[in-house]
Every structure is written in structure tokens, then in C-alpha cells.
Design a protein around this ligand. Structure first.
Ligand SMILES: *Cc1c(COP(=O)(O)O)cnc(C)c1O
Length: 495
């Protein structure tokens, strides 16, 4: 790209892309985004690509000369968009279905334009204060007491890692922050407890924090896959008798396999008795807590030390946005805070009482994206009543589907449906292995058809299909379509 000067000479343009070219490309992007969202249902949810197909169509090295935005956008449209798994598709029922909603997309776009790095209050006043305010809106909707303070991380995996780091830091007698854990004989095994179906992010946190994977105790569950608090108590006593040091319990509100809800209130009592940190992983289920009747299923949430809720899962905010609430913000900050000279400002060196939040003190990362902007826009554009109505509709659709499964002797429900995920299985085959194989075949057939995408899990060692409803574009029609495809697959597999 050349820049022409008054004297007629030209030099390379070493600034950004020219404003007029950008403006027309932004309009083109607006059209691409709007067309995509209106037409995404026409794509098969899963692209028909094999590993390596996309890579083969990409040049092996970066272009030496500048290319026009028009050409780049054309390649986006032809090469990227069709070869994506379409999470914004109404037939997306896999994992935990989510939504990049329209107001959320606006927030993402504007955040990119501001490109603010809200590491310090000084480096992002509105970003810092909006983050604190929208997290507080969410706190109120979840009926958490005012001492809870929320901030935004990329993912629940990071939020949980930070929470367990704070739980470890709370053991002040070991001075782990200063002295580390290596080469020490004075620190016993530090033990964390969780539902045997806990999310793998807890395992990862154990690994990363040097607590050790072996020191995550998997607590038995009841018939509804909820943590059995008597077994929890027994395990804690065993560990204490063995000279280990229990430090935290992770309760899950909405487990990943079945959305089971651990008995948080009972677990909180055990935590109080043994002085343990209680972290609640409500990455998916927490969003439902904005509906009072669903919040009623989460009694005890208010007793936690920390809670993670992912608005990017079921609150219609585009990836990524994970809110971590902590009860003791000061203690939490003391886990991570450092103030190097080059980050000192008049504000963060003022008296403690008048010091604003520097988000960098609330975790590992220094730099922070302006994630609260999209959460703010979604909450305002839908309103609390609109958010609740959408979550309730997803739960209604899940109940509807669960009812069809229950009424059909060829299928069976495999777990209760407290939210919008249905775990079910085809009743086919003689042995357990054969059942697994036939259910796997049904899933493969359903997913190959194009209009829908479901995933699976294992419960008690057996294959189970999962249908997760969480996309705003999903209507009853799409759920009917999924059920039709599943029954057709049953017929062809049973033959
Ligand atoms: C999805 C999920 C996670 C992980 O979420 P990320 O934000 O992708 O790290 C953790 N816990 C539960 C219960 C989940 O459902």
C-alpha cells in the first residue's frame, strides 16, 4: 500500500490501513456478521473437513506484500466460515451449547477498537469500573451477599486455578508465596475434595499449583450424581488421621456430564467445621441462578468462599467471559498482588481507603481485555426479565425433550434434568458393550446428517448421549428435528 504525497512522490504507508478502506471493510464485516447469523442454520453444524484440510489450503508463509482487506475478507468467507464448527447454529446441542448474541458481538467489536488493557485503574478507568459494576449486577441476581466481589477472567479453568491458589495462600503458616513448596519436609500433602465427576479444570489446577493430581480426592456420588457429603466427611477424617492437610472442597452446581447439583449447603457446613475453602464451580449452572426458582435449587451458594459463573456459557455473552466471585477480596488480592515500579500510579500508591481496584492484582495475568463491555451490553439489551425468560425457555425445551425420551420405550433417561441438559440412551443390544457400540453408532449417524450436533459422556462406565440446549437461535422446531433424527438413527442401527 503506497501513500501519495503533495509533490507526487509515493512512499509505503507504514501506518494503519487507510481510514476509507477500513470503513468500507467494517461495513462489509457488518454484513458478513448479519448474514452469518441469519443464515447459519443452513450450514451443517459440523463442517465436512478432515484434519489437515484447512491447513493445506493456507499458504505456508506470510505474504511478503500487503493484501487488500477485500481479498482477505473474501478468503474468510470462502475458507474460514464454512470450515468452522458452528456454535452459533440452532442445531448445536453438544457439550454446553452457548450463544454469541448480537449485543455481545457489538461489545466485542467495540472492545477491539478501544484496545484498552485494563491492568490498572489508570490504564482503564471505565473498563475497571464497568467490570466491577456488571459483576455486582450479576451478584445481586444470584442473591449473593454484598461482600462478594466479582471480576472477569477468560475461562472457568482460570477462575478455579485462581480460587485454589487463594485457598493455598490462606495457609499462612507455610509461607508458600515466599518460600515455595519444593525441598520442604514441613508441608504435609495438601488435599482438595470434589465430586468424582468434577470438571478436569480442577485436576489441572492441582497439577499447576503443585498440589499434585493425587491429592484431589474424588468423592462418591448418590443416584443423581450429586456429591455424597457423608463420604466427603469420611474422606476428610481419613486424611486428617493420616497427617494430611485438607484445604478446600470444590462443589459443583451443574456438573459437566449431567448438570447434577451438589448439596452446597451440607458441604458448606463441613467446610466450616474443618475450616476449608469452599469453591463452587457453577460455570454452566450458575447462569440459571438468575431465575429465583432455579436459584432455589442451589441453596448454600451464599456460603461459598469463591464461585465461578461463565456468562459465555449460558448468559449469551460471546467467548470468553468467566466471572469469579470471591468473598474475601483482600485475602484474594494478597495471593497475587505485586507493584513493580513501572506500574506505580498516583492512584495505586494513595492511601488504602481511596485506592481503586487494579485488576492485575486479581490473578496471574497482567494484561486484561475489556470483557465487561459485552456483558454489560447483553444485560442491558435483554434486561433481567429477558435473560430469565430465555433461560426458562431453554429449560422448557429440555423438559419437553426429556418427556419424549421417557415416553418412548426405545430410549431411557439416564440422569435428572435440573437445567437444560438431557442425558439419555437408546435401549438396544444385549451386553453393556453392545449397548455402547449401538449408541455410539446412533450418535455418529445423527451428527453426520448435518442439521444437529450432539455429544456424549460416560455414566457408570456406559455410553450416554447428551442433548444440551443453550443457543438463542434454538427453537422447539429444532428440538423436534433432533428427536426425529435420533429416532431415525435408532431404526437404522437396530436393523
Ligand atoms: C465448562 C465447564 C468448565 C470449564 O470452563 P472453561 O471456561 O472452558 O474453562 C468448568 N467447570 C464446569 C462445571 C463446566 O461446565
Amino acid at each position: 500500500m503506497q501513500e501519495r504525497h503533495k509533490d507526487g512522490t509515493e512512499t509505503p504507508n507504514l501506518g494503519d490501513v487507510p481510514a476509507d478502506e477500513f470503513r468500507s471493510a467494517m461495513h462489509r464485516v457488518a454484513d458478513l456478521v448479519c448474514d452469518y447469523l441469519e443464515g447459519v442454520g443452513e450450514y451443517p453444524v459440523l463442517p465436512s473437513v478432515r484434519p489437515g484440510d484447512v491447513a493445506r489450503s493456507l499458504p505456508e508463509s506470510a505474504p511478503e506484500e500487503p493484501e487488500s482487506l477485500e481479498a482477505i475478507l473474501a478468503d474468510y468467507k470462502g475458507l474460514i466460515e464454512p470450515n468452522i464448527t458452528h456454535w452459533n447454529h440452532p442445531g448445536f446441542f453438544a457439550y454446553f451449547a452457548n450463544t454469541g448474541s448480537r449485543p455481545g458481538i457489538l461489545g466485542e467489536t467495540l472492545a477491539a477498537a478501544l484496545n484498552v488493557n485494563a491492568m490498572l485503574w489508570k490504564s482503564g478507568p471505565a473498563a475497571t469500573e464497568l467490570e466491577e459494576r456488571v459483576c455486582d449486577w450479576l451478584r445481586q441476581l444470584l442473591e449473593l451477599p454484598p461482600e462478594f466481589r466479582g471480576h472477569i477472567n477468560d475461562t472457568a479453568s482460570m477462575s478455579t486455578l485462581l480460587a485454589l491458589a487463594a485457598a493455598r495462600h490462606r495457609l499462612s503458616e507455610y509461607q508458600i508465596r515466599e518460600c515455595g513448596m519444593g525441598g520442604r519436609s514441613d508441608i504435609p500433602a495438601l488435599v482438595v475434595y470434589a465430586n468424582e465427576q468434577v470438571h478436569s479444570s480442577i485436576d489441572k489446577a492441582m497439577i499447576v499449583l503443585g498440589l499434585g493430581h493425587e491429592n484431589l480426592r474424588r468423592v462418591d456420588t448418590d443416584l443423581a450424581y450429586r456429591l455424597d457429603s457423608r463420604h466427603l466427611e469420611a474422606l476428610i477424617r481419613e486424611d486428617l488421621a493420616a497427617g494430611h492437610r485438607p484445604i478446600a472442597v470444590v462443589a459443583t452446581v451443574g456438573t459437566t456430564s449431567t448438570t447434577a447439583i451438589d448439596p452446597v449447603e451440607e458441604i458448606a457446613q463441613i467446610c466450616r467445621r474443618h475450616d476449608l475453602w469452599l469453591h463452587v464451580d457453577a460455570a454452566y449452572g450458575g447462569s440459571a441462578g438468575i431465575c429465583p426458582e432455579l436459584r432455589a435449587q442451589m441453596k448454600g451458594l451464599e456460603s461459598a468462599s469463591s464461585i465461578v459463573v461463565n456468562p459465555h456459557k449460558w448468559l449469551f455473552v460471546p467467548m470468553d467471559c468467566s466471572v469469579l466471585f470471591v468473598r474475601d477480596k483482600e485475602g484474594f488480592e494478597s495471593t497475587f498482588s505485586l507493584l513493580p515500579e513501572y506500574l506505580k500510579t498516583p492512584e495505586n500508591t494513595a492511601e488504602a481507603a481511596s485506592r481503586p481496584t487494579d485488576l492485575m492484582n486479581l490473578g496471574v495475568q497482567l494484561g486484561r481485555r475489556f470483557r465487561s463491555l459485552k456483558l454489560w451490553m447483553v444485560m442491558r439489551a435483554f434486561g433481567v426479565s429477558g435473560l430469565r425468560a430465555r433461560i426458562r425457555e431453554h429449560c422448557r425445551l429440555a423438559q419437553l425433550f426429556a418427556g419424549w425420551v421417557e415416553a418412548d420405550p426405545r430410549f431411557e433417561l439416564r440422569a435428572p434434568v435440573p437445567f437444560s441438559l438431557v442425558c439419555f440412551r437408546a435401549v438396544l443390544g444385549e451386553s453393556g458393550e453392545e449397548q455402547d457400540r449401538l449408541n455410539e453408532a446412533i450418535l455418529a449417524r445423527v451428527n453426520a446428517a448435518g442439521p444437529v450436533f450432539l455429544s456424549h459422556t460416560q455414566l457408570e462406565g456406559r455410553w450416554v448421549l447428551r442433548l444440551s440446549i443453550g443457543n438463542l437461535r434454538t427453537t422447539e422446531k429444532h428440538v423436534v428435528q433432533a428427536w426425529d433424527l435420533i429416532r431415525e438413527a435408532w431404526e437404522s442401527v437396530a436393523l
